[in-house]
Design a protein around this ligand. Structure first.
Ligand code: ATP
Length: 347
């Protein structure tokens, strides 16, 4: 279990990379830190690893306060984006390296390196140097090295980002299976929301050194707590439309929709609808947002349709065969929606 209490880190020059972060990661949990570049993900991971000292606050691992301990004594293994494997060492020596540092006897080292290599399908490659390996294989060597010392937690900093798209998907599935088998607490930094949704038991979405939302992939996807999270999560971004409350109803881009309780007359809101939950009607209806088809993007199965509605754009995913022609008139009818006031989820 990893517990962070009130972690704050201000870099020289005044950048507040971590701002009073409180977080508990459960034993065996796969936890993703997600957020745009510069939001503090790597700093948080490095602070857990002991590579960065917090300005204030505390880090505990399995109930033990490790804030003052050096990285080597925290019993965590970190895997970096560039793998950081040693080019002059064989795969075998790379995997066994942390065991050597920990003065594990030679025979046991060799046994454990071979066992881990077998698990990661590296047995045939033990004699090779990193330069003789593919990117995916190098990445597995870095994983193997992390696993070999049987740490109580894995810390991953964008470990898949140097792989090409297809290999990245394969590595993702592999990593998820491996984590389930080993049941080791894992903290995974990524700026790729799809990766976080696919891998994690829970996700923390960060912005400017703060946790904006912490939840399961379903919670973060279905009910983003703020418009920032709503815009960040989802392969096709959520429609975030301006609207106003008038006479107890919401007026959104020419449609009249039910208003949630608690809105005052004239309140400005943002109406959030995922393109997957937006249906296109060929006939006019009062609860539909009128628009003209401006773009049709093929998604392989179905298409993403962009309507122009006044000065707002509305996107809908339509099933294969349901693509409208450019310039056609349509009414976008939300099947599920969220209402945000002052950037925060209301309903
Ligand atoms: P990325 O996805 O681009 O790696 P990140 O979310 O991991 O971003 P961090 O690397 O944690 O972000 O950086 C958080 C903020 O702290 C950024 O504004 C960054 O410029 C700043 N920062 C990081 N390291 C240092 C440093 N050693 N000195 C000064 N500022 C730093």
């Amino acid at each position: 279990m990893i517990t962070l209490r009130s972690l704050t880190k201000v870099f020289p020059g005044g950048v507040r990379a971590l701002d009073a972060v409180d977080l508990t990661i459960a034993d065996g949990e796969f936890f993703a830190l997600l957020g745009p570049s510069g939001c503090g993900k790597t700093t948080l991971l490095r602070t857990i690893a002991g590579l960065e000292a917090p300005g204030s606050g505390a880090v505990a691992i399995n109930g033990r306060d490790v804030t003052a301990l050096p990285p080597g004594r925290r019993d965590v293994a970190m895997v970096f984006q560039d793998y950081a494997i040693f080019p002059h060492m064989s795969v075998r020596d790379n995997i066994a390296y942390p065991l050597r540092i920990r003065k594990v006897p030679r025979a046991e080292r060799a046994g454990r390196a071979e066992e881990v290599a077998a698990r990661l399908s590296l047995s045939e490659l033990l004699g090779r140097r990193p330069a003789q390996l593919s990117g995916g294989q190098q990445q597995r060597v870095a994983l193997a090295r992390a696993i070999a010392c049987r740490p109580s937690a894995f810390l991953f900093d964008e470990p898949l980002s140097n792989l090409d798209a297809r290999l990245r998907l394969e590595a993702r599935t592999f990593l998820k299976r491996l984590q389930r088998e080993l049941a080791v607490t894992t903290v995974f930094v990524t700026h790729d929301q799809a990766e976080a949704l696919a891998l994690a038991d829970r996700i923390a979405v960060m912005s400017a050194g703060r946790m904006v939302q912490i939840g399961t992939p379903a919670e973060v996807f279905q009910r983003p707590a703020t418009t920032f999270v709503a815009a960040f999560i989802g392969s096709t971004p959520m429609n975030l439309l301006r609207g106003t409350s008038v006479n107890g109803a919401l007026h959104v881009a020419g449609a009249v929709r039910a208003a949630p309780a608690g809105l005052g007359e004239g309140d400005e809101i943002v109406y959030g609808v995922r393109p997957e939950y937006m249906n296109l009607s060929e006939t006019e209806r009062p609860d539909g947002i009128p628009g003209t088809v401006a773009v049709v993007e093929n998604l392989g199965t179905g298409a993403l349709v962009t309507l122009e509605s006044g000065d707002q754009l509305v996107q809908a995913v339509v099933p294969e065969g349901g693509e409208p022609r450019l310039g056609a008139r349509r009414w976008a009818v939300p099947a599920r929606s969220l209402v945000y006031r002052d950037g925060a989820l209301m309903t």
